[in-house]
Design a protein around this ligand. Structure first.
Ligand code: CAA
Length: 384
């Protein structure tokens, strides 16, 4: 076992760190306040190859490994989790799903521009439409239907909480094609956003990741070409579960970044803020907090890297990605709350960033499977 990154992995980490500092930090507080989608930042990330990081170069990607993806996600999430969630969904849920399970025609037509993050000179990203008003954790309870009409499927229903909902050009939509077959009656379809019958709801006014583009999407008699179904009939739920296993590595790395961003700010602050005649870092009460933060972050990092390594080595990473996500997201919530505490009153105001990181941390315990769902997956995995 070697605890060492390659030169290439370190280069990616440094490039993501510089990008976060130079392109994401300026204006991050204002974007959060105004709920402004970081379109400019995401477009620049695409130019650098970060929107299709793990896709093979023949399909427009950068051909990097999952370890590099974890490193990049951590660095970006230290500064702006609204940028990193957009990158994570496009990489893990959209591009990976298409590359792994799409056919050659689907990959050429849809994956290549999505991996580049650009088409016709414009931002071109995707979204993953599984959640519904009454199907969140209980994901097999799909109410959206796709009726087989011979040449095409007719899509009807509503999807909720969709990241990149308005900014995406391509949706991967899960829908029920045969209610009698339960999870085996679900399919996944590639749907172009400009298809007639699609309505994008208002942007959600959220606690955290406020820049992120979260919307409901409504489908009314939307015609989807037959050739846009991914995989064999009834493969849609397996598609969703397998894709989410990789997505959870991305969100775990996002949580790790949010935690380490807050921790680094707490260390800097504790070294310069004085109380009772010395820097607060010299008080054991603060040192113990920092020590616990550093330890939990390191444990979260190792879990993320372990899951990424398993994925890169074609092992089953379902269990390790759920472990990484539940641990990293709970670490993020705890560390960011402690970081606010270390900052005292300053932590409670926006200029010091840690209150935003605390708000951003919360979603990592909810999306791409709540902490409770991760425990279900882990429980089933260890008891099987
Ligand atoms: N890989 C392959 N197949 C899998 C699988 C996996 N990881 N997990 C389950 N399956 C299969 C099962 O084997 C089963 O098949 P059989 O009937 O042949 O045995 C079938 O799928 C149904 O599975 P379960 O019986 O386990 O289903 P369940 O109803 O008990 O639900 C669950 C399991 C783990 C709770 C699942 O519903 C789940 O993960 N829910 C959370 C959904 C989620 O993560 N949503 C996130 C939305 S996307 C998002 O947030 C993106 C964003 O915008 C940021």
């Amino acid at each position: 076992m070697q605890f060492q990154f390659t030169e290439e992995q370190l280069m990616i980490r440094d490039a993501a760190r510089d990008f976060a500092q130079n392109e994401c930090l300026p204006g991050v507080i204002e974007r959060d306040e105004k709920q402004q989608f970081p379109g400019e930042q995401v477009a620049k990330l695409a130019e650098l190859g970060f929107m299709g990081m793990m896709v093979k170069p023949e399909y427009g990607g950068a051909g990097m490994d999952t370890i590099s993806y974890v490193l990049a996600m951590e660095e970006l999430s230290k500064i702006d989790a609204s940028v990193s969630v957009s990158m994570s969904v496009n990489n893990s849920l959209v591009c990976w799903g298409l590359e792994e399970f799409g056919n050659k025609e689907q990959k050429e037509k849809y994956l290549t521009p999505l991996a580049r993050g650009r088409k016709d000179g414009k931002l071109h990203i995707g979204a993953f439409l599984l959640s519904e008003p009454e199907a969140g954790s209980d994901a097999t309870s799909q109410h959206t239907t796709a009726e087989d009409k011979g040449d095409y499927y007719l899509l009807n229903g509503t999807k909720n909480w969709i990241t990149n909902g308005n900014s995406a050009s391509v949706y991967l939509v899960m829908a029920q094609t045969d209610i009698t077959k339960g999870s085996k009656g679900i399919n996944t379809f590639i749907v172009e956003k400009n298809t007639p019958g699609i309505t994008v709801g208002a942007k959600e006014n959220k606690l955290g990741i406020r820049g992120s583009d979260t919307h409901s999407i409504m489908f009314q008699d939307v015609k989807v070409p037959k050739e846009n179904r991914i995989g064999p009939d009834g493969f849609g739920f397996t598609f969703a579960m397998k894709t989410l296993a990789g997505g959870r590595i991305g969100i775990a790395a996002q949580a790790l970044g949010i935690a380490s961003g807050a921790y680094e700010r707490a260390v800097d602050y504790a070294k310069q803020r004085k109380a009772f005649g010395k820097e607060i870092a010299q008080h054991q009460a603060i040192q113990f907090k920092l020590a616990d933060m550093a330890t939990r972050i390191e444990a979260a990092r190792l879990l993320c890297l372990r899951a990424a390594w398993e994925k890169d080595n074609h092992l089953d990473y379902t269990l390790s990605s759920s472990m990484a996500k539940v641990y990293a997201s709970e670490t993020a919530m705890w560390v960011t709350t402690e970081a606010v505490q270390v900052h005292g009153g300053y932590g409670y105001v926006k200029e010091y960033h840690v209150e935003r990181l605390m708000r951003d941390a919360k979603i990592t315990q909810i999306y791409e499977g709540t902490s409770e769902v991760q425990r279900i997956v882990i429980g089933r995995g260890i008891l099987k």
